[in-house]
Design a protein around this ligand. Structure first.
Ligand SMILES: [Ca+2]
Length: 182
């Protein structure tokens, strides 16, 4: 739960829900209950939604909106990692926003004292330059590192700059899976 709440806080910050909320200090003690209520109601509502929604992802998975995410610290080739994710009922993770990108990086970071390279589900193995996600979603967001994507066909988040880099699909890396909530 501690991680869930930390994660919830991250989500709130990333989505701006906490921006401008009440900072409790001696001179704000006179702030009215109505003001507090008005400021925290959206946060409390989001917390309630988050807690209820958490029950929809299996233990060990992290929920964001209608998807569950998990980092697997096992070094696998791209296709092996995708098949493991499929066995969970999902695919290698697809990333569609800065928030999702940050959440994926936080999952990798949370499991490792040192950030490790990790596969995401993006590749251009079918046709060079035609990037696609293994879950079938189209690419509507990207966070490539300098000079990327290079010629290699499978994308990973690289530990050095925490951005996306093309690598040989036969390289072995940890990976992140995602799936729809049940
Ligand atoms: Ca390529």
């Amino acid at each position: 739960m501690a991680f869930d709440l930390h994660f919830f806080f991250l989500v709130c910050v990333m989505s701006g829900l906490l921006s401008g909320s009440v900072a409790i200090s001696p001179d704000t003690k006179s702030v009215s209950l109505l003001y507090l209520h008005a400021n925290f109601l959206p946060v409390l509502w989001r917390l309630k939604v988050s807690i209820v929604a958490d029950h929809q992802c299996p233990d060990g998975w992290t929920q964001l909106d209608d998807r569950c995410f998990i980092f697997k610290n096992e070094e696998k080739k791209f296709i092996e990692a995708e098949n493991i994710c499929k066995n969970f009922g999902g695919n290698l993770v697809s990333i569609h926003s800065e928030l999702e990108n940050e959440v994926v990086k936080q999952l990798i970071k949370a499991a490792n004292a040192n950030f490790v390279d990790a596969w995401i589900g993006l590749h251009d193995a079918v046709q060079e330059g035609d990037m696609m996600w293994t879950d079938g979603f189209s690419k509507d967001y990207e966070d490539f590192g300098n000079g990327e994507p290079s010629g290699a066909d499978c994308m990973k988040i690289k530990s050095s700059d925490k951005q996306w880099h093309a690598n040989s699909c036969t390289e072995e890396n940890a990976f992140v899976c995602c799936k729809k909530v049940d």
